[in-house]
Ligand binder design. Structure first.
Ligand code: FAD
Length: 451
């Protein structure tokens, strides 16, 4: 019997990996990961994400070795390298997971076309989303454009069973495994100092520990900026160290699970939108109403730099941007605050903000990032497109005693809670903290006047 090729992409796990389970069934398998030159150069600035990828590959290799196999690593143009490896292994079948970005779908189509010419079969499997896309289209067809009806349907559709982790992996003896590169081989950039621990093993532990300790309080605490009690599972979900279905299975029936599972549905929601409209990664999902001159984005490189560096003079915005720099992570509420500030107060194009996030986040994910940015910017699927967050009120509400601000903006350490959300001018000067770069009340009036 000839070996099958298992091509890992964003599914760096042995548990609930339908592609791996199918490829490993009953014979030899070559478990391959190709460091795709295009993706590496696209993420070259994001050393946090690349480092998470490399660590996750090391963990996957260890899990495959525990089962008698090993991970085969290649680097190069993805389609060509996959086909070369298939030819070397004499593999008639190539198994991999379906994905939702325009790049992944185009890459897969090219693989299918070229594999057919070489008489190799490409077999794709689910795994990126919890549910669907089968059975998850509204009556008129296309993707769901609004979350609530999507979520109602999402809760109803039957889910596949979890795929069992293979007990043994038999790799043909002649296979050259190659080696996992070091971070410095891929980028000169530096990863965030407090980046998350990579890999399936760490992700499964985090899921178990967090759900036991914090799931029950999720609904009450998930918006509390300083408490930091959300799951922080996003990088594991993005890289597929955990399948979203595993997460849902693990928590179902536990106290407090429903609001948390709803967030996993948001992830699926954006993934199905991107799959249906891949150009939404860089174009407005919906054109903005009355797109006249007043609606044009501002070109403001100094303002953009102040936002990126956490020097806007709005403490909660600055704390969030500095959290991103230090941890490669930002709290969801903070992501909404800073995105609203950039697009609606500063009127800077959402693409600028999304690109900065993509270059910093460990969980940088085209579907969740670009479509959340669009949601906040009013070009996406938010039904209240003219909403604008007041950064001072958000700060008072979600960081009442200023602990989140003090954690990331040490200049403001001694400022009392009553003043920390909007420190007086003299306190700013004394602490070398910037004066506000704009007046929110005025910016909000200007934004709303655009109608
Ligand atoms: P939890 O609150 O514990 O939620 C559990 C999981 O649900 C998350 O890990 C995530 O997979 C999913 N989830 C939660 N909220 C959302 C949401 N609004 N949209 C989609 N999925 C969600 N998420 C990313 O994974 N990658 C991104 O690049 C990304 N960029 C974002 C950009 C902006 C402007 C905004 C507003 C949100 C973005 N999000 C992104 C969504 C969300 O902020 C993160 O998923 C969440 O903060 C991750 O923290 P957590 O794992 O502790 O979340």
């Amino acid at each position: 019997m000839t070996a099958r090729l298992m091509v890992f992409t964003r599914d760096l796990r042995v548990h609930d990996n339908p592609a791996l389970a199918a490829a490993a069934q009953g014979g030899e398998v070559v478990p391959l990961f190709v460091l795709d030159e295009t993706i590496i150069s696209r993420h070259e600035q994001n050393a946090t994400r690349l480092s998470f990828l490399l660590g996750s590959l090391r963990d996957l290799d260890a899990s495959l070795r525990d089962r008698g196999g090993q991970l085969v690593i290649r680097r190069g143009p993805w389609v060509k390298t996959v086909l070369e490896t298939a030819a070397q292994a004499g593999a008639g079948q190539i198994h991999l997971m379906n994905d939702v970005s325009g790049y992944a779908m185009t890459r897969l189509a090219r693989l299918r076309e070229q594999a057919a010419g070489a008489r190799r079969e490409v077999i794709t499997h689910p795994g990126v989303m919890t549910a669907g896309p089968a059975g998850l289209s509204p009556a008129g067809g296309g993707p769901y454009q609004v979350f609530t009806p999507y979520y109602r349907r999402w809760l109803e559709v039957p889910r596949r069973d979890l795929a069992p982790a293979p007990r043994t992996i038999r790799v043909p003896g002649s296979t050259d495994a190659g080696s996992i590169p070091r971070l410095a081989d891929l980028t000169g950039a530096r990863r965030a100092a407090a980046a998350p621990e990579p890999g399936e093993t760490a992700g499964r532990k985090r899921l178990r520990d967090w759900s036991r300790q914090h799931l029950a309080g999720y609904d009450d605490n998930h918006d509390d900026l300083a408490a930091d009690k959300t799951s922080r599972l996003s990088p594991y979900l993005h890289m597929g160290c955990l399948s979203p279905l595993t997460v849902v299975h693990e928590v179902t029936g536990m106290p407090g699970a429903d609001p948390f599972i709803r967030q996993i549905a948001w992830r699926d929601f954006f993934a199905q939108l991107l799959a249906a409209k891949p150009e939404a990664a860089h174009r407005d999902y919906r054109s903005r109403d009355g797109a006249g001159p007043g609606r044009r984005w501002h070109h403001d490189p100094d303002g953009l730099a102040a936002w990126q560096e956490g020097k806007t003079g709005y403490p909660v915005v600055d704390a969030a941007m500095r959290q991103l720099a230090v941890e490669g992570f930002m709290h969801n509420r903070a992501r909404m605050i800073v995105a609203s500030f950039l697009t609606k107060d500063m009127r800077i194009d959402w693409r600028e903000g999304a690109a900065h996030f993509m270059a910093r986040l460990a969980d940088a994910d085209v579907a969740s990032n670009q479509l959340n940015w669009q949601w906040v910017a009013g070009t996406g699927t938010d039904t209240q497109r003219h909403r604008i967050f007041n950064p001072v009120r958000q700060s008072q509400r979600f960081d009442p005693d200023g602990r989140y601000i003090r954690r990331y903006v040490p200049e403001l350490d001694g400022v009392p809670a009553s003043e920390i959300h909007e420190p007086p001018a003299a306190a700013r000067t004394a602490r070398k903290y910037p004066q506000p770069i704009l007046d929110h009340a005025q910016a909000a009036r200007a934004w709303r006047s655009l109608g």
